[in-house]
Design a protein around this ligand. Sequence first.
Ligand code: GAP
Length: 514
Amino acid sequence: MTQEELFKKLVAHCKEYGFVFPSSEIYDGLGAVYDYGQNGVELKNNIKRYWWDSMVKLHENIVGLDASIFMHPKTWEASGHVSAFNDPLIDNKDSKKRYRADVLIEDWMAKIDEKIEKEVAKARKRFGESFDEEKFRATSPRVQEELAKREAVHTRFAKAMNDNDFVELRQIILDCEIACPISGTRNWTEVRQFNLMFSTQMGSTADGANTIYLRPETAQGIFVNFLNVQKTGRMKIPFGIAQIGKAFRNEIVARQFVFRMREFEQMEMQFFVRPGTEMQWWNEWKNTRMAWHRALGFGDENYQFHDHDKLAHYANAATDIEYKFPFGFKEVEGIHSRTDFDLSNHQKFSGKKMTYFDPETGESYVPYVVETSIGVDRMFLQVMSAAYTEEKLESGDSRIVLKFPAALAPVKVAVLPLVKKDGMPEKAQEIVNLLKYDFNVAYEEKDSVGKRYRRQDAIGTPFCVTVDGQTLEDNTVTVRHRDTMEQVRVSIDKLHAMVEEECSYRKLYKKLNL
Ligand code: GAP
């Protein structure tokens, strides 16, 4: 199965099992807008909890905030989004499809990387145990040729992006012979700038309505509240403010499911530091955030840092944490050193002081900011991609199982009476009542136990508890473990502790060493 086929299956699975639906589907959907179903919302909430607790509970110097989506329009002038929050777009004249020029070039570079990896994999197979990968990469003429090609384009691309040189961006697309995937032609328009913010009107026209924006990032709600939180919370630098909330971007290229949406959710934390210490904190946060991802156990080799070729208008250093999705390594989270850009500009545009008096140095200054910013939806897709597994069983059957870390699973326990009679449903309900105050529990009595197991595997439920004839005699149940499919007999009075031990966030948090 190709990675593309795998991704298609994953998307179909998300719909079939109540994780993600296209928005307003009865009207044929709305581009790049999605709704989360009964299982999706639980997974999303669990991801948010993992993030929130690791920030706010586990750091004494980080507190939360919930700012509104609408903000005074001047906010977006001060933040630079009105003038600089643009993507370079290009149209194919034959298919009339619109693309992001930078994404076309990045995808071309990713294809070269794939070619190189294929060469390495072929050689590994050929040479077996004696394969010296480092030497092969450094000496293989084929690999070297591809690397040189990629590097030359990469250098031109980085310069063109930083200089906002759209003529050069178009030229790179032509020189790399990039064709439109739909029409197959290289009949491209010029590259143009496109502002990503959605605008709307506040107030009635008669009263003189104001154009306001739907926030394209949650961070600005934190910046404008910086002193409110600092003063009322008596926070001392360094300290952070964390927030989870919706953001909106009129993305030109809407594709790859919930990876790039027009309405999405961010989990952002702005960490306010003394000027001059920002690089140290940036490095620290890079490590802290990478550890958060890796604690989920999806394989350290599936994550990498990727430094930005083009820094956003506010940053002096920026890196992404990328995950190996079925469509390649892609950004899940950004860690940015935002300098004092935002606070200084808000000070300028609002006329209000944004300075902090540092009792340790006796100085007043505008703090510098290190930001960690992760999309909930991208994280959701990352977890789904990593968890989705198709298995061939010894019996000849196959199953689809979502191998979520137990703490993130939408449903923790399914309680299944073996048959719908002999007091088994009643006993099963007793077990549901025992567990339901602390865990998401499903009760299922329809179909054979085998079929019910498969349904629970498909939504990633870690435990299936079956009530049978023996249960009525000795108060024990069969507990089936999702990943191993192993079945053990457990006394009902031990169930709660067993589920708690396996599904607690504590296990994850301990891995973070915070
Ligand atoms: N405050 C900084 C900021 O917004 P960003 O790199 O533009 O930085 C941060 O976005 C994160 O938000 C990304 O790493 C990604 O996970 C998520 N994100 C951005 N645009 C998105 C979109 N259109 N759909 C889904 N997630 C998105």
